[in-house]
Design a protein around this ligand. Structure first.
Ligand code: HEM
Length: 467
């Protein structure tokens, strides 16, 4: 447990009701359908490992740094497959894209994609991130102080602009950003409620009840992405593509070092969809939670602003400033501890295996749950409080890297980790220098998790300017 000199005025971050013992099955399923977070009991929170049966399916939860390490790293070969629930929900959109593939297909995709969004590419993308954040600041400055905005929608617009511009380039990104965002929201709404049939353990081959129009919504996104990729290809062939370094260009040039293979047109489209889906809502959710937490913790907000004033003095941040902004980074990390955007990491065992001596049969569902691990009392001091200081380098010594996993861990760790962290710190630094958003008085905030963990009401906030 990290030992932190407890500051005054810590904010106790809201959580949904947590029963002491597990709910009876039907209550569990009813509650889980609305909000996955309501499925987890106090008992589960404190266990390192649990193994139960939900109807015919074995459900195993790993909830200690040791069991998480064993599942995500040690047993990667047997536990790398995403759950049927996740694969069925996302397949019409992502095909066999990196996020939901496994085995050799996954390994090949990973070798092609990881280098394109690797930390050493950030000098290419950081300027685009700051430009988009500055444009958001200009938009905000034009709004009256007393007009509420939905912070989640604001952050979704910002991160969508960033991913569209970095993947497709500024011009194409700007033209198509709104259309792509709308397409993805439509898709999400349709797959919206959790596919409980998979939790109930029905076999993988049975048709699932995806929401109506899911395939149509996926096709609509494909049409836009295909048109963008096609115009990019034509421009390259005609020598008019310009020299803006986009992710799409890097993907088109990428060659798998192990097999010399390159992307097909469909493969490119699938990976563009993966990058948009994986890289847009996660950052938007966690930035929104950060604004909420800052609005409730004046001591933290003041320390953040003091750091930004001292380092930047009113100018825009750049990539080189990142090492000088440890508190800004710590605020974002603490926000992802309390509200990890991917709150549940579900895997399916593809063969009989073991986790630290516990038998895991083929077909079992293995869950790693950052939402629980990040609030486990034996790992965190004051686990439900917002205390960014715990992530300052001097307070992080000795913490297992498997205790804090907002980006997952092991070979399937988020490929866009450096991208997401850079984006979040630069956006926060740009906007928090100028604004100190406040919650609309009387607003109730509830964390709800379906595919990702988001604030239920979209966080109505007032964009107060800093004086
Ligand atoms: C705060 C921001 C982000 C968070 C918290 C986050 C979190 C995660 C998590 C938890 C996973 C693993 C999911 C699982 O195992 O089920 C993941 C996978 C992935 N993420 Fe991120 N992500 C973020 C931003 C991004 C960005 C900006 C990109 C792209 C530019 C990205 C690209 C990916 C990809 C491609 C995968 C699939 C990796 C694989 O399966 O090998 N992510 N992310």
């Amino acid at each position: 447990m990290s030992d932190i000199a407890a500051p005054q005025l810590d904010f106790l971050a809201p959580i949904p009701p947590r029963p002491v013992q597990p709910w009876p099955l039907w209550t569990l399923l009813r509650r889980g359908r609305r909000n996955l977070l309501e499925m987890f009991s106090e008992k589960l929170l404190n266990q390192d490992y649990s193994d139960s049966k939900v109807l015919s399916r074995r459900v195993i939860v790993c909830n200690s740094p040791e069991t998480v390490q064993a599942a995500l790293l040690g047993q990667h070969a047997a536990l790398q497959r995403k759950s049927p629930q996740m694969r069925h929900a996302l397949e019409p959109l992502l095909g066999d894209g990196l996020f939901i593939s496994d085995g050799e297909t996954w390994a090949k995709r990973r070798r092609l994609i990881a280098p394109v969004v690797h930390v050493n590419r950030m000098p290419l993308f950081a300027p685009v991130m700051v430009e988009a954040a500055e444009a958001a600041a200009t938009r905000w400055a034009a709004l009256p102080d007393d007009r509420p905005v939905l912070m989640l929608a604001e952050m979704a617009k910002l991160t969508a602009e960033i991913i569209c511009r970095t993947v497709f380039g500024r011009a194409l990104g700007d033209t198509h950003a709104a259309e792509i965002v709308e397409g993805f929201s439509d898709y999400q709404r349709r797959i919206g409620s959790t596919d409980m049939m998979s939790l109930l353990g029905l076999p993988d081959w049975m048709p699932r009840l995806l929401g109506p129009g899911t395939k149509r919504a996926g096709d609509r996104i494909h049409r836009v992405l295909d048109a963008i990729i096609d115009s990019h290809r034509k421009a390259r062939a005609a020598g008019t593509a310009g020299d803006e370094p986009t992710i799409l260009k890097l993907l088109m040039d990428a060659e798998d070092p192990a097999t010399d293979s390159v992307f097909t047109a469909e493969g490119l489209r699938n990976e563009a969809a993966v990058l948009f889906m994986a890289g847009h809502e996660t950052t938007a959710n966690s930035l929104s939670w950060t604004w909420f937490l800052l609005s409730q913790a004046p001591r933290v907000a003041a320390r953040l602003q003091a750091e930004l004033d001292a380092v930047l003095g009113g100018r825009s941040p750049n990539l080189g400033d990142m090492p000088a902004l440890p508190y800004t980074r710590a605020v974002f990390e603490e926000s992802m501890r309390l509200y990890p955007p991917v709150a549940v990491l579900p895997r399916e065992a593809t063969e009989d295996t073991e986790i630290l001596g516990h038998k895991v049969p083929k077909g079992a569902m293995v869950l790693v749950i950052p939402w629980l691990l990040h609030r486990k009392p034996s790992l965190w001091d004051k686990p439900d409080h917002f205390i960014p200081e715990r992530f300052l380098p001097e307070n992080s010594v000795g913490r297992s890297k498997y205790a804090y996993i907002p980006f997952s861990a092991g070979p399937r760790v988020c490929a866009g980790l450096a991208f997401g962290m850079t984006e979040a710190v630069l956006c926060l630094a740009t906007l928090a220098q100028k604004f100190a958003p406040e919650m609309v008085p009387g607003t109730k905030v509830e964390p709800v998790c379906r595919l990702t963990l988001r604030p239920d009401n979209g966080l109505p906030m007032l964009l107060k300017r800093r004086v």
